[in-house]
Each structure stands twice: as structure tokens, then as C-alpha cells.
Design a binder for this molecule. Structure first.
Ligand SMILES: NC(=O)c1ccc[n+]([C@@H]2O[C@H](COP(=O)([O-])OP(=O)(O)OC[C@H]3O[C@@H](n4cnc5c(N)ncnc54)[C@H](O)[C@@H]3O)[C@@H](O)[C@H]2O)c1
Length: 315
């Protein structure tokens, strides 16, 4: 199996690359290394994976790379993922997340790939819906420019499916955590809390901490993504991938302290003003993916946190 992974030097992409290499795939990573690192790929590269430093906004170079490598599968993860950046610089966000995605779908179509797995976000796409857990049938209504650009990329995926016959399926991940997540930026509260607990600092919670999220372990995400790539004909174009379990940020802080073996009193949160635009509740209904992709029950939070802390300690 020959697979291209865009954004494959990043947190989730590199975990998918490792899983693909484990399955004997030949992998080409396309990444401009704006956030990802070569270090994430060192083991995969030692086992034959290749890295091409390329920006997905460069459609001509992308097509040339695809023509040369001839992938059967494409996993599209390259993205501008920072919500705050999207709010301040929507054009920059759209250039990567919309134009970049159109370029990837076009290149995949030109070389006739078997399937594209397009990665989107369940955390940012549904907006402030009262329907929680949220199924794919709830209309998308994103609040952030990031959610809007990811939704637009999904719509282009549909357009390529209908107008060009491209076999493309979209996965809407919930809040992903695990080894290699960058604790900088606003994308990874678990990475931030884990780093703080290991350095003897207390967590900072924005708002009252009762906001909820659906935290899914990155290895489950990699397994679900491979399942979506190799499944037979899929009846739907979009699938939520998460745990279906709501966890508040306060509960998360307690779980991190417990997993690290830290006295909860030493990890009492400090509170800061709520951040504008932050959703109060976010949790995905994952029934469709569990049924149609045959996914096993997700990794439980304490187990996933233990893996994450172990990786941070080894760093
Ligand atoms: N982390 C989460 O909780 C989460 C949740 C839902 C969806 N997602 C989606 O999963 C995907 C991967 O996210 P991640 O958390 O691993 O982020 P990440 O920043 O670690 O990975 C993104 C990768 O894309 C690369 N990239 C960025 N712009 C590029 C460009 N113009 N050309 C080529 N490469 C470029 C970066 O260098 C990086 O390696 C993204 O599509 C993101 O929207 C992530």
C-alpha cells in the first residue's frame, strides 16, 4: 500500500504514519514543517517513510509529487490548526485549510487514488449547538474562522466526490491528546496540564472549569483513520470520531493529578477569565463511526493520560 500523509510531521499525522509503517505501507509525508518536526518521523524514516518538505498551497508542486509517488491512499491532515490565529488572520487560515485542501483533492483525483481520508474537526464545526453529544445530522454552524475553513474543505470534498468521482471520506475528530502533542498554542489542554503537573506548576483554567470536551487518545484516532481508509464502500461522507464521553476541564485537572500521582491539593487550579468564543459543551455522538467503521471501545482517560505522561517524562 502506498500512502501520502499531508501534515504527517505533526502530532496526529506522525502517529498515523507510524501506524501505516507498522502495517507495511510505503509512506510519503508532505509537510512544510511550519509546526511539525522531523523528530516525530525519525523512527518511521528509519523504516522507509519519506518526507517531502512542501506547502499544500503549492498545487503544481503537489501534483508533481503525487504523479511521481503514485499513492493509492491519501490522508489529508495538513492544516492551520490554531483557532486564535484563524480569528486574527482568517485569510492565512483559509489559504492553508481551504485552498490547500482543494489542491490535495485535485492532485488525488489526477492520479486516481483509491480513497482520500480528509481530516476535519467535530470540536469546532458544530458551534454552540444544544444537542450534546452531537451527531453528524446536526447542521454545522461554526463560530471560529478555523471551523468555517474546515467546513468549507469538507464541502469541497463533497464537490470532488460528486463532480469528479473522487472517493473521499471526512473524519471529524473531537479533542485529540497523547504523546507528541505540542503544549504551546491553544490546541492541547491535556498537553498543557501534563507538562505543568510534571514541572510542579498548577493548571490555569479559563472560566469556571465546567466547560466540557470529548478527549480522545491519539492511538484510537490513528486506528479509526486507518479503518476509514481500508473499509469497503462507506454509506456516509462524514464520520465523528471521539469517545462520546463529556469531561469537564475541572474533572480533567483532577484526572491529570491522579495519573501523575500528584497530591490534588498541589494541583489546585488557578482561574482566569473565560476566553471569548469558547464553547461551553462539546462532545460527539460517535455511534455512526462505531457501527460503520467497526471501531473498538475507546481508550479510557486514565490509561491515555498515563501513556501521555510517560512519553513526556522520557522526552
Ligand atoms: N489536535 C486536535 O485535537 C484536532 C482535533 C480535530 C481535528 N484536528 C485536525 O487534525 C489535523 C492534524 O492536527 P494536529 O493536531 O496533528 O496539528 P499539527 O499542527 O501538529 O499538525 C499539522 C501539520 O500540518 C503541517 N502544515 C501546516 N500548514 C501546512 C502547509 N501549508 N503545507 C504543508 N503542511 C502544513 C504542520 O507543519 C504540521 O506538521 C489537522 O487537520 C487538524 O485540523 C486536530
Amino acid at each position: 500500500m502506498r500512502a501520502v500523509v499531508t501534515g504527517g510531521a505533526g502530532f496526529i499525522g506522525s502517529t498515523i504514519v507510524d501506524a501505516l509503517v507498522d502495517h507495511g505501507a510505503q509512506v510519503l509525508v508532505v509537510d512544510n514543517l511550519s509546526r511539525g518536526t522531523r523528530g516525530h518521523l525519525s523512527e518511521a524514516q528509519a523504516r522507509g517513510a519519506q518526507l517531502l518538505e512542501l506547502d499544500v498551497r503549492d498545487g503544481a508542486a503537489l501534483q508533481q509529487a503525487f504523479r511521481h509517488f503514485r499513492p493509492e491512499l491519501v490522508f489529508h491532515l495538513a492544516a492551520q490548526i490554531d483557532v486564535q490565529v484563524s480569528m486574527e488572520q482568517p485569510a492565512r487560515d483559509a489559504a492553508v485549510n481551504v485552498l490547500g485542501s482543494v489542491n490535495v483533492f485535485a492532485a488525488a483525483h489526477v492520479v486516481g487514488v483509491r480513497r482520500v481520508v480528509n481530516i476535519s474537526t467535530g470540536g469546532a464545526i458544530y458551534g454552540a449547538t444544544p444537542v450534546v453529544p452531537t451527531s453528524e445530522d446536526v447542521p454545522a454552524d461554526p463560530v471560529s474562522a478555523y471551523g468555517l475553513s474546515k467546513l468549507t474543505a469538507e464541502r469541497y470534498a463533497c464537490w470532488f466526490r460528486q463532480m469528479r468521482g473522487l472517493n473521499v471520506v471526512t473524519l471529524r475528530y473531537s479533542n485529540v491528546y497523547g504523546p507528541r502533542q505540542d503544549p504551546r498554542g491553544d490546541a492541547g489542554v491535556i498537553a498543557i496540564f501534563c507538562e505543568r503537573v510534571l514541572t510542579g506548576r498548577r493548571p490555569i483554567i479559563y472560566g469556571d472549569g465546567r466547560q466540557t470536551r470529548d478527549f480522545v487518545f491519539v492511538n484510537d484516532i490513528a486506528a479509526a483513520t486507518l479503518a476509514a481508509a481500508t473499509a469497503g464502500e462507506l454509506p456516509h461522507g462524514e464520520y465523528n470520531v471521539g469517545t462520546g464521553t463529556e469531561v469537564s476541564v475541572l474533572q480533567l485537572a483532577q484526572a491529570v493529578a491522579a495519573a501523575a500521582g500528584t497530591d490534588p491539593a498541589a494541583f489546585e487550579p488557578e482561574f482566569a477569565p473565560a476566553r471569548p468564543g469558547e464553547l461551553l459543551r462539546s462532545c460527539l455522538d460517535v455511534t455512526r463511526a462505531q457501527r460503520e467503521l467497526g471501531l473498538p471501545p475507546p481508550t479510557r482517560l486514565p490509561e491515555g493520560l498515563a501513556h501521555t505522561l510517560k512519553a513526556l517524562r522520557l522526552r
